[in-house]
Ligand binder design. Structure first.
Ligand code: PRP
Ligand code: URA
Length: 212
């Protein structure tokens, strides 16, 4: 695996919360809370390399040079539906970020992704983009989302934040675009015959929204 382009968040707090998330007996309410919290922790790591600029501020004591985040503004792009569960956590960290929605579903038979909705910020091409979706299984949805964003003019590194990834999905998305970096809390064993992640956590969208 390309270590430069894959970041696994192995912090003990993250691993603990992820274990509760995986448990089949975790309620939808707790599942939603954990997805939000994990997105915040992961967002902290995914923004580690944001550029800083120096500004002059006035403390109650004197003027001083201080550092603030500079460079391109950010956009968070959740892949609907399940990606919605991660948005609030990321926005807690980056309140000024714009949110662009990308609706995709996997065909249950072919596992191919389909775009059914998009609403991106008009200036998306000039923004740094964080794509959020809890699950990276075959990688089809994430690769299609990245391709869609490139078509929309997004340049530079696209950061893909997921909570659980299969090795196949990571390979697929890295192969689809040379400038994607994947952030994940875990790399699982692989996929089952229905292209679900093993051991995974089941269907993230259904568990967030209580649809099953
Ligand atoms: C899930 C998940 C990803 C996708 C991952 O969404 O949230 O978007 O599947 O699978 P892939 O890597 O094989 O493409 P799903 O299609 O179940 O839609 P949902 O979010 O509406 O539940
Ligand atoms: N989508 C999910 O929600 N879970 C999986 O394991 C695979 C795709």
């Amino acid at each position: 695996m390309d270590n430069e382009r894959v970041v696994v968040i192995d912090h003990p707090m993250v691993q603990h919360k992820l274990s509760i998330l995986r448990d089949r007996d975790t309620s939808s309410k707790q599942f939603r809370e954990l997805v939000r919290e994990l997105a915040l922790f992961e967002g902290y790591e995914a923004t580690r390399d944001l550029p800083l600029e120096t500004v002059t501020i006035s403390t109650p004591i004197c003027d001083a040079e201080a550092r603030q985040i500079g460079g391109k503004k950010l956009a968070v792009v959740p892949i609907l539906r399940a990606g919605l569960g991660m948005v609030d956590g990321v926005l807690e960290l980056i309140p000024a970020a714009r949110v662009g929605h990308l609706g995709m579903f996997r065909d249950e038979e072919t596992h191919e992704p389909h775009v059914y909705y998009d609403k991106l910020p008009a200036d998306i091409a000039g923004r740094q983009v964080l794509v959020v979706d809890p699950m990276l299984a075959t990688g089809g949805s994430a690769a299609a989302a990245v391709g869609y964003l490139r078509e929309a003019g997004v340049k530079g590194t696209i950061k893909l934040m997921v909570l659980v990834a299969a090795p196949e999905g990571i390979e697929a998305v890295l192969a689809a675009d040379p400038d994607v970096r994947v952030y994940t809390c875990a790399v699982d064993e692989g996929l089952n015959e229905n292209a679900y992640i093993v051991p995974g956590l089941g269907d993230a969208g259904d568990r967030i929204f209580g649809t099953k």
